[in-house]
Design a protein around this ligand. Sequence first.
Ligand SMILES: *Cc1c(COP(=O)(O)O)cnc(C)c1O
Length: 369
Amino acid sequence: MAIPPELAGATLTIDLAALVENWRMIAGQVSPAECGATIKADGYGCGAVEVARALWSAGCTTFFVALPMEGKQVRDALPEAVIYVLDGLFQGQSGFYIAHDLRPCLVSPCQLSEWADTTEGRHKAAIHVDTGINRLGFDRAQAEAVAGDANLIARAGLCLLMSHLASGDDEASCSNAIQRDAFAGLCELFPELPASLSNSPGTFLGSGFRHDLARPGVALYGGNPLANKPNPMQTVVSLMAAILQVRDVPIGEGVGYGATWQANRPSRIAIIGVGYADGLLRAMSWPAMHDGPAVVCIAGQMVPIVGRVSMDMITIDVTDIDPDKLTGSPKAELLGPNIQIDDWARWSGTLCYEILTSLGRRYAKVYSS
Ligand SMILES: *Cc1c(COP(=O)(O)O)cnc(C)c1O
């Protein structure tokens, strides 16, 4: 059941227009290659079906999910989309992929023969080759064996050669060129197959990474695809919360569990109904792990989260905000134009990927377009 904003601790807004803009920007920079979209983990927490529909309307026709059930969910919404399952073919489950027209990204000779034997060339699949991340995929020798067997390629319905970058977000990493060259060698082995190497960061690494199809994920949702550079993407996710109470805290008193923050002046503390159960990680507590405290934005001012993040609440030091601005129930921006998912990631010692996929389930959720 949808949660009404007036009864939720906070409202999460997903800006589908910004999402589409982000996809168009990446599509432009990989052109003439095709630009797909990675929408695993419920569209990085933004809603796989809503995201897929918005991108489909903008002209995106190829989608990547991790799991077969995620693929079915997208298939039910988009009967004509091309859907790849990145985690491969689950043993004995070819029937499920066929029934829902899902293309497995085959990761081993064993998966390839299972798919070939059940489909006999009637259904398509990708072959995923490992070029250095040492996660899923055929190794070079296994790929060579397939490349020499035209009959097997046809029986498995191979229609895409893919690999995945380990350090695409670090332009300076030498592993990018190593993987690019290894993948180029594989493309020569399979000259008839369209190829795909780039995730979001890869689309920024230049023409050697573009091939025929890009698979951006995080950048579509507003995450910064480039480490240590300004974020070129538009903000997609915003989170606005009401203040539940404002209280005065005398000098010397502590706030929250363990009293990890103490008032060193007469203070005013605002309480907001969002906590670690909502994906605002406890690592964002005071004392701050990283460069200064986590902040929220109230009445145009950045104010720090003080004390521990609890399950359902955070406490904010609003002493420096003009009290007049706190009357009339102002909303606090927890995420939005002033506070990015990458800021939350920095404050909690993680990545924006984890922030997005941890977004809570008890927000009021609104899609704008
Ligand atoms: C998750 C994933 C992507 C998308 O990566 P982003 O960094 O979010 O753009 C692309 N390809 C594979 C194989 C993935 O697992």
